[in-house]
Design a protein around this ligand. Structure first.
Ligand code: SF4
Length: 402
């Protein structure tokens, strides 16, 4: 399990003291792709995030690689919150148990309400990939989640099909297996931070989520439970972002080595202060440029992992993060259960919402086209086919710093 390697891997990142050695940017970024996790050392390059030559090279290389494989296609997904009732005490979240009502309604949707929300998103917005999202609700356990997956799968089949993913607490192997049996297509879980000490500071109490190792090993339980498409990520800004991203890449590398499976989805939430959160500021939040370049660097590390571009960010940044395509893209967004069709108000964290009616066209103006009917498995096999052809193309020249 990754938790057994955690110390060793973390120490290897910091092997030269507090500041990791700089990576040789030209050695990594000049390649068509690099699956070497040492690429993470570039994060410490003093030029990174300054808008200089290194940034340009990383951004252009990422754009070119994504464009070649995905041709500007972005894949529409929508979060569908089932409950805002939570037992956890994450200090950065509006839904933490101790928040007694600042900007938040506590709502648990009934099955009928969940279906009404989903039907609205399917019929009115054309969305076909639904991400079920859960707070840690004592009355909504894995059996309820399985029922929800089945209900939504059944509903989607009436409209020609689609896929259902899940974003919930870390679960047991058997629970993941039941979700797969129910028809789940993907599961995403953000580690939040790989800094064990900081993790303890921002997850209070003695709850399940405070168990750092249990969360670290969740991806392996997902794989053991039969989930083929997993989503990994950190909440950028919770702790020092460079080590968090370097550790994330190391974790992906570990899963590839051990299980032959990397991340299908890359979670890229960046901390936004919520009204009812205890954490009111953070000195760790990467700047826009640092964030953009870091995601692009990850694209070079793993071009077939699709960044989950989300409405925490402004429209211009969403577009910049999507350059070349090959990402998940959120248009309409509500983080309160029943926020789409049932008139509920409130939020887990501040977001925008980019209505499909307007914003699909605006994406098109940026040479990005939204795909609504897709599955991760289809995208994966198409991208493999395209990249095989591209790698045989004589003009497939690599960029270089020199
Ligand atoms: S981040 Fe999730 S688990 Fe933590 S308080 Fe918020 S909803 Fe609950």
């Amino acid at each position: 399990m990754f938790s057994e390697w955690y110390e060793e891997i973390r120490n290897s990142i910091f092997s030269t003291g507090d500041t990791p050695s700089r990576g040789n940017a030209s050695g990594f970024v000049g390649l068509p792709s690099s699956d070497d996790p040492a690429i993470g050392q570039i994060l410490w390059d003093e030029e990174l995030g300054t808008g200089g030559r290194l940034d340009d090279l990383i951004l252009e290389t990422s754009h070119q690689m994504k464009q070649e494989v995905y041709g500007g296609a972005v894949y529409a997904v929508v979060p569908l919150y089932a409950t805002s009732i939570c037992m956890e005490e994450c200090v950065y979240c509006n839904y933490r148990a101790g928040n007694k009502g600042i900007g938040v309604e506590r709502i648990r949707l009934s099955d009928d309400e969940l279906i009404e929300e989903a039907r609205y998103l399917i019929e009115e917005k054309g969305l076909r990939t639904l991400e079920l999202v859960y707070a840690t609700d004592p009355l909504v356990r894995a059996d309820s989640m399985c029922r929800h997956v089945e209900l939504l799968e059944r509903l989607l089949s009436q409209y020609g099909g689609g896929s259902v993913g899940i974003n919930t607490e870390a679960l047991e192997v058997e629970e993941y297996r039941s979700l797969v049996d129910a028809g789940l297509s993907f599961a995403v879980l953000w580690q939040e931070t790989y800094d064990r000490e900081r993790y303890g500071e921002v997850h209070l109490g003695k709850t399940k989520k405070t168990n750092f190792e249990y969360r670290l090993n969740a991806y392996e339980r997902m794989i053991e439970g039969g989930i083929k498409n997993i989503g990994m990520g950190v909440l950028s800004g919770l702790a020092e972002w460079r080590p968090d991203w370097a550790m994330l890449i190391q974790h992906e590398n570990y899963l590839r080595q051990e299980y032959g499976l990397g991340a299908a989805v890359l979670g890229i939430p960046r901390l936004k202060v919520a009204a009812g959160a205890l954490l009111k500021e953070s000195s760790f939040i990467p700047t826009r440029q640092e964030f953009l370049v870091t995601v692009a660097l990850h694209n070079i590390y793993s071009p077939r992992t699709m960044a989950f571009v989300n409405t925490r960010e402004d429209w211009e940044l969403c577009v910049d993060l999507s350059k070349g395509g090959g990402c998940l893209f959120t248009f309409n967004c509500s983080t309160i259960p029943g926020g789409y069709s049932l008139g509920h108000r409130g939020y887990q964290f501040p977001t925008h919402s980019y209505d499909t009616a307007t914003y699909v066209g605006r994406l098109q103006e940026q040479n990005l086209h939204a795909v609504f009917e897709w599955t991760l498995n289809e995208v994966e096999s198409n991208s493999n086919e395209i990249s095989r052809k591209a790698s045989r193309h004589p003009n497939n020249a690599a960029m270089s710093l020199s």
